[in-house]
Design a protein around this ligand. Structure first.
Ligand SMILES: [Zn+2]
Length: 165
């Protein structure tokens, strides 16, 4: 069992975070942005960085190389929709996509690149760890409210829009 405290102060215990999110045992800050049969989209529970979204498969698999063609379709489709949503809603202009196989459950980070942080810690993958550390240590109440507001906007964006299906 692992244990985390999310950025709203709630404690969660889990064996696998992405499985717990998929089966509803771990409630993300603001709730899930979107889910279908293949994937979940929601805010990272520990890092209050506005617009930071995590897209995970529902199946407990480790690598993108283990996905079915349908899962591959859904993943890239919703990665692109999430990035488009963040841009359409004017949350952020540029993102970084991160996927690490060291995590046992396949997920992708859609990491927003804000000038105020990249100017301090570097643009792209080099700055990510320092930005996360800085955000966790320096976040204020207004920024947490911004994160939650963005989750609400994204929920509305995904729910209120007619996609092709
Ligand atoms: Zn899992």
């Amino acid at each position: 069992m692992k244990e985390i405290t999310d950025y709203l102060g709630n404690n969660w215990k889990y064996d696998c975070m992405s499985c717990s999110i998929a089966n509803g045992n771990l409630k993300l800050p603001g709730g899930l942005v979107f889910e279908n049969n293949y994937l979940t989209i929601g805010a990272d529970p520990e890092i209050p960085l506005n617009g930071f979204m995590v897209i995970a498969t529902k199946r407990h698999i480790n690598s993108i190389s283990e996905t079915t063609s349908q899962e591959r379709y859904e993943l890239i489709d919703y990665i692109s929709r999430t990035i488009k949503a963040l841009k359409d809603l004017e949350i952020v202009k540029e993102v970084l996509i991160v996927q690490e196989e060291r995590s046992k459950h396949l997920h992708f980070w859609i990491f927003p690149c804000y000038e105020k942080y990249t100017s301090l810690f570097g643009r792209g993958i080099v700055g990510v760890n320092d930005i996360i550390k800085y955000v966790k240590e320096n976040v204020n109440k207004e920024e947490i409210q911004e994160c939650l507001k963005t989750v609400e906007k994204l929920k509305e964006y995904f729910g209120g829009r007619k996609w092709k299906e």
